[in-house]
Unconditional design. Sequence first.
Lengths: 164, 97
Amino acid sequence: MKYYDLVFNSCRMDDGAAKRLGFERIFQINANSICMSSDKSRLIREVRDDAKAVAVTDFYIDRKLIAEMRERGTVLCIPFAQIISMRGEARSKALYRAGELLRYAAGSRIAVSFASFADSPLYMNSPTQLIELAKMLGAKEEAARESLGRVNMELGEFYGKGQA
Amino acid sequence: MVKVKHRYILVESAEELGEEVLKGRLNGELSRAIGDIDYHRVNPRLMKYGGKRFVLRCSLDGYGKLVVALSMVKELDGRKVAFYTIKSSGTMRALLS
């Protein structure tokens, strides 16, 4: 199966990084292209403006936002670089909340993207790591693989340019 | 006697750290990430070192926890690091072939 990752333009990778890590392609996207915010009213506005994907950076569940996303088919992004860059209790809380958000989103039949969204190569991950991180949050392995495959590819082709 | 099943993981680091640093410091950081309770169930051990790439062995049940812990280790011996899990296998021979 082919896997894809999404990182920001500021993430300077060396040539062949995608192949070495095990990805088919790593898409570089503009940091402003996907709305990443904890402000729920802003996220709802973006979803209503037909944003393809959004990320809830504080991982708190907002039922109205989830309902809007379900209606419009918006993808929920889980940025793993943000979680693994934390330490201690803050990281533990973020993992717990991300797991709850994922469970609620999956129950609402929303597509989820598991990707690094890294701004530095130090916060990138291999496909194996992303799948295990997703499983730790409560995702099923098949869902995690599909997210790294089809969902990330669609987002990457929509938002970014790729490195093979 | 029941044979303990292991998993061998090929890991690549963002930069070369040195075998002594890995042997001395990595287990401490992994212990912090995995936690005292599960660390010895995972039982990570450095098996082979080759510059930026090295092989870790762990218990089969602890494989997922070790892979996640490796993503969470971002500092080692005062240096910023990153570890990428490239491949895993039940035997060293299959891993390195």
